[in-house]
Design a protein around this ligand. Structure first.
Ligand SMILES: [Zn+2]
Length: 520
């Protein structure tokens, strides 16, 4: 038998402990048929075999992003990117360009501006935007995401006038003399306009999702765990599949309401083990809605918010066991994690399951007791390393949690040492899609640097561990004979790159099932 494709002269990191490093890979159809030295691959090469010379470049198993919001990512990609804009005039130029590309009345959304970079040294306002777009409503978010500038059309559609009172926790900025809105909306006031933007049509969503998938394979990702936010995304995934428009492999994580809708028998998009169901047990630390046992250190009045009672959650997990689906439990605070573990402990007694592979999403605020229970239950912990850095840098986790509790905030090394499987994701579009940036974040974190993990451990998060999480360890996660030919080729070996530069490594080729889906 001869190979269809051979990758030779490479530095192949297999993630297979029996043969960790090889030179070459032979691929037949969608499978890896041989890994080894160039000589060992040679007999597989015939006149019809396509040969890719890696010339020393590094190949790793196709990277898996286990937490990505594809539809949201796609929508953001259709926004105007204003990060590099250094004047209000340039901002106007980009709006005008967009106005010419779209229908009258369609919304123009953008993000990333920062008035401190503007040569005008002031905030943009309603007049600036009206000049560029009198008829299309415009909303442009500040880099921080909690402030925006809108035009008159947007205010009109939202019904915001001189008389409108600012909502609690937000501000409709008004001109001190005239009392007219300036176009700047802050915090909760941004929602007044945001919520009037119509939801995307199926065609728009298809377009956005396709665009996102293209960007995802460019980042070297061959498989994703697609976190479905809105139920219309499910038909999008089905259409992308039947129309053959998916350049990568998708594992679906559906919202919890799917459990009720299907009366315990979940059959869409792969049933049973193949489907993950996401349950929000609490909110986020950033918004102080993650449920803590003790009050927030920087706001003694609150302990956050549980979205289920213990009884409700117990019933939900039992239901999931009956439907044989895997749970993806969003739990950030120690209280929410405790409740999640209790519900799973109980359900395992009531409806035993041998190999549940339930996972906790984020599992932010841990302590030794919770870690031991996670280990005993065989729970998978899903972490987005780039977000970990943001938790410490964008706002102060130390102030929010106090010096004692903050010690075991995302304790990657402690979890790994305990033998708990940790998987990696981007949480894109919250953070950039790049797994290499995620790996960099995991190996270089400065807050409690003792929780840094090794490059090999970080790679496992995006390969073997992530494959295990979706019951696909037999076909994915490592470069081994018989496995799917999903391979990511990168410019440099992360093990030989200064840790702070890992994120700069370039993805040069992405191969899914033996097909080159991206080439730089
Ligand atoms: Zn997310």
């Amino acid at each position: 038998m001869l190979a269809d494709l051979a990758l030779i002269d490479g530095n192949v990191i297999t993630m297979d402990s029996s043969q960790p490093s090889v030179e070459a890979i032979a691929i037949k159809k969608d499978r890896i048929v041989k890994v080894g030295t160039n000589e060992e691959i040679n007999p597989w090469i015939g006149k019809d075999t396509e040969i890719i010379h890696l010339n020393g470049r590094t190949a790793v198993p196709g990277l898996i992003d286990s937490h990505i919001h594809v539809a949201d990512f796609g929508k953001v990609l259709t926004w105007i990117d204003l990060q590099d804009v250094n004047s209000i005039e340039e901002m106007q130029r980009r709006i005008r360009k967009r106005v010419q590309q779209i229908h009258k009345g369609r919304w123009i959304i953008g993000n990333g501006w920062n008035q401190t970079s503007f040569i005008e040294k002031r905030y943009p306002n309603l007049q600036d935007l009206d000049e560029a777009s009198p008829e299309n409503p415009v909303i442009l978010y500040h880099q921080c995401g909690r402030v925006c500038v809108v035009n008159s059309k947007a205010l009109e559609l939202a019904g915001v006038t001189k008389e409108t009172v600012s909502p609690s926790g937000g501000e409709i900025e008004k001109n001190a003399e005239t009392g007219e809105p300036t176009g700047i909306l802050r915090e909760n006031a941004t929602d007044l306009v945001w919520k009037t933007i119509p939801t995307s049509s199926e065609e728009e969503l298809m377009e956005a999702a396709s665009l996102a998938c293209k960007k995802i394979v460019e980042a070297g990702v061959t498989s994703i765990h697609w976190i479905v936010t809105a139920s219309n995304e499910i038909s999008i995934i089905q259409r992308l599949r039947t129309e053959n428009k998916l350049p990568l492999r998708v594992h679906v994580i559906a919202p919890a309401n799917i459990l009720d809708k299907t009366n315990g028998s979940v059959s869409i998009l792969g049933s049973g083990d193949k489907l993950g169901v996401k349950v929000f047990v609490d909110g986020s630390l950033a918004a102080r809605t993650a449920a803590l046992r003790e009050p927030y250190s920087d706001d003694q009045k609150t302990k956050g918010q549980l979205l289920y009672s213990q009884e409700e959650l117990n019933a939900l997990v039992v239901n999931a066991h009956k439907a044989n689906v895997r749970l993806v439990m969003h739990a950030m605070g120690d209280q929410a994690i405790d409740m999640t573990l209790t519900a799973i402990e109980k359900a395992l007694v009531e409806v035993p399951r041998k190999n549940h592979r339930h996972r906790i999403e984020h599992a932010s605020v841990l302590n030794n007791d919770l870690i031991q229970r996670i280990k005993k239950l065989g729970m998978i912990v899903s972490v987005q390393p780039k977000c970990v850095i943001s938790e410490f840098s964008v706002w102060s986790a130390v102030n929010r949690l106090g010096s004692k509790r903050v010690r075991l905030l995302y304790p990657l090394k402690t979890l790994t040492k305990e033998g708990i499987r940790v998987i990696g994701g981007s949480d894109c579009p919250m953070e950039p899609i790049s797994p290499l940036l995620g790996i960099q974040a995991a190996v270089t974190r400065q807050f409690f640097a003792e929780e840094q993990i090794t490059i090999d451990e970080a790679l496992r998060m995006y390969t073997v561990n992530a494959a295990y999480a979706s019951f696909e360890e037999k076909s994915k996660g490592s470069i081994e004979e018989g496995k799917l030919a999903d391979v990511t080729i990168i410019s440099d070996d992360p093990r030989k790159t200064p840790p702070s530069k890992i994120g700069d490594i370039k993805v040069t080729m992405t191969i899914v099932g033996g097909k080159v889906v991206y080439q730089k």
